[in-house]
Design a protein around this ligand. Structure first.
Ligand code: SAH
Length: 491
């Protein structure tokens, strides 16, 4: 069988820096051999039947020896298919990709190489440090701090490196930093040249410290810098004072737990990440559609939709019955808020009515002047009955159609602990509160975590559990929730 191996760089950590080529190969691979420093979501797009083989370091244990990785790749390639060898950063920059390619060539196996953003360029860019600059550095050198232990004393020519006319970027942990700085200064590099260490470059919790070549090792130890980190030495480091941008994001350095269902969380998580937050996805609930027939919508003069889930479940039922948006042609269509209205517009329906406040009470108020004879409320099982009651009191004939129910999503202890340690925890519905607290058990919520509620109904549920939210959205939707967190974090 024909085999092909792709040596693919996954970039420095931010999933947004994966190349289109890398994502395409990941989505088609039969087998993926991956390292530790790849972005956490890099494998999300892999085929569900792909073999995923971890060959990186394990805590407290050495990495798989390179010879074993080489042998495993060659053996797997002989079985055929598309094999992706996925590495952190660029595969040919200190990634031992060259060695793996040589082995493949020797075994007569076809391969391709997919370059990627290397940590030395990415972590520095995210730290506001251009590695070259017209007036400050016309060259840049990438240097490895971990040398091959089998090499004699030192393969690095310190005199040449000290005299290098440009920026030096060292790939390594901070352990060797003191020794490197000493060697460089000893060989004539100015002791007062600016230097920086960038920890976890391009991750939301990236940290940068700056000092001089003489003091950088001490500063890194004092700051407790951990791997992965890179060190930059050169006049360009001074530009960070003017060019730092990551730290200016309003939620930089803050962690936010998102408890809503996995299927709905991505929009909120994405917006929070764009604002600089570390997002801890803690899906406590899952929405499952309830079985049932399509309702006859032509018999109602008002149809109310109380969530985007309701919209998608309603259209699933309509579509299953061979119906489409025309089923809503004769009714007034009310959406509880802009998210629900957006979901409707994806199905070709422009909501006739969206209240000013996005809760049932707001909808009742908005419907005050609309005559209603027969209404359908398409909603969740066990939804609040405020809306049907109010309409019935006005003499309307009201049907409540439960389209879906909310069930618990199992949470592992690690995720739960991460959520409890977050700076903020967001609750976007009463059910996220109830199910999160049920999962957390006695441990409950940590006092140091600021509880964020999307609006008064969710707040009331929190209060039933004796929790007073630190932050409540003024506009009861996702954008309002985000605005409230930003105001709290920056206020
Ligand atoms: N092929 C990779 C480098 C592999 S060597 C690349 O092109 O980036 C591993 C070293 O890279 C780590 O010890 C660390 O010094 C550096 N590194 C990798 N990812 C990093 C990150 N996100 N931030 C800072 N340094 C990183």
């Amino acid at each position: 069988m024909n085999a092909r191996v792709a040596l693919v760089g996954a970039g420095p950590g931010d999933p947004g820096l994966l190349t289109a080529r890398a994502l395409d190969l990941i989505s088609r691979a039969d087998a993926i051999y991956y390292d530790r420093l790849i972005p956490s979501s890099a494998l999300d797009g892999a085929r569900s039947d792909a073999e995923l083989i971890y060959v990186g370091k394990r805590p407290g244990a050495p990495s798989m020896p390179q010879e074993e990785i080489n042998a495993a790749l060659v053996a797997r390639a002989k079985r055929g298919g598309l094999i992706v060898r996925l590495k952190g950063g660029d595969p040919f920059v200190f990634g031992r990709g060259g060695e793996e390619a040589l082995e493949l060539r020797a075994a007569g196996i076809d391969f391709e190489v997919v370059p990627a953003v290397t940590a030395g360029i990415a972590a520095t860019a995210y730290a506001g440090i251009p590695v070259t600059h017209r007036d400050r550095a016309s060259a840049v050198a990438f240097v490895t701090g971990h040398e091959d232990p089998s090499k004699p004393e030192s393969a690095i020519d310190w005199t040449a490196l000290a005299a290098f006319p440009g920026t030096l970027v060292f790939y390594m942990g901070v352990k060797q930093l003191g020794r490197i700085a000493e060697q460089l200064i000893g060989a004539g590099r100015p002791a007062d040249q600016p230097a920086a260490v960038v920890e976890r470059g391009t991750h939301p919790d990236q940290r940068t410290i700056t000092a001089t070549l003489a003091t950088i090792a001490e500063a890194a130890i004092a700051a407790g810098i951990k791997p992965p980190s890179i060190t930059v030495v050169g006049e360009v480091v001074g530009l960070r004072d003017d060019l730092a941008w990551l730290e200016k994001r309003p939620l930089h350095g803050r962690s936010v737990a998102v408890t809503r269902a996995r299927a709905q969380a991505s929009g909120l998580a994405h917006k929070l990440r764009e604002l600089g937050a570390t997002v801890i996805e803690t899906p406590t609930i899952r929405v499952t559609a309830l079985p049932g027939d399509a309702p006859d919508l032509t018999s109602y003069d008002l149809v109310c939709l109380t969530s985007p889930n309701g919209v998608s479940c309603l259209f699933e039922r309509l579509n299953a019955a061979g119906l489409d948006a025309r089923a809503l042609a004769t009714a007034t269509v009310a959406a509880i808020g802009p998210g629900t209205a957006r979901a409707l517009s994806e199905h070709g329906i422009t909501a006739d009515l969206i209240p000013a406040t996005f809760v049932a009470e707001g909808l009742i108020e908005a419907l005050r002047d609309t005559p209603v004879k027969r209404a359908l409320i398409a909603t969740a099982l066990d939804a609040r009955d405020v809306l049907p009651e109010a309409l019935r009191q006005r003499g309307a004939d009201v049907d409540v159609l439960a389209l879906y129910e909310t069930v618990a999503e199992p949470l592992d202890d690690q995720t739960l602990a991460a959520a409890r340690a977050a700076d903020y925890i967001t609750f976007t519905s009463s059910s996220t509160v109830t199910f999160f607290l049920a999962a957390a058990g006695e441990a409950g919520l940590s006092h140091d975590t600021r509880v964020v509620s999307i609006g008064p109904v969710t707040t009331a549920t929190l209060r039933e559990h004796s929790i007073a939210p630190a932050v409540e959205a003024q506009q009861y939707d996702i954008d309002g929730l985000i605005a409230a967190i930003v105001a709290d974090a920056t206020g």
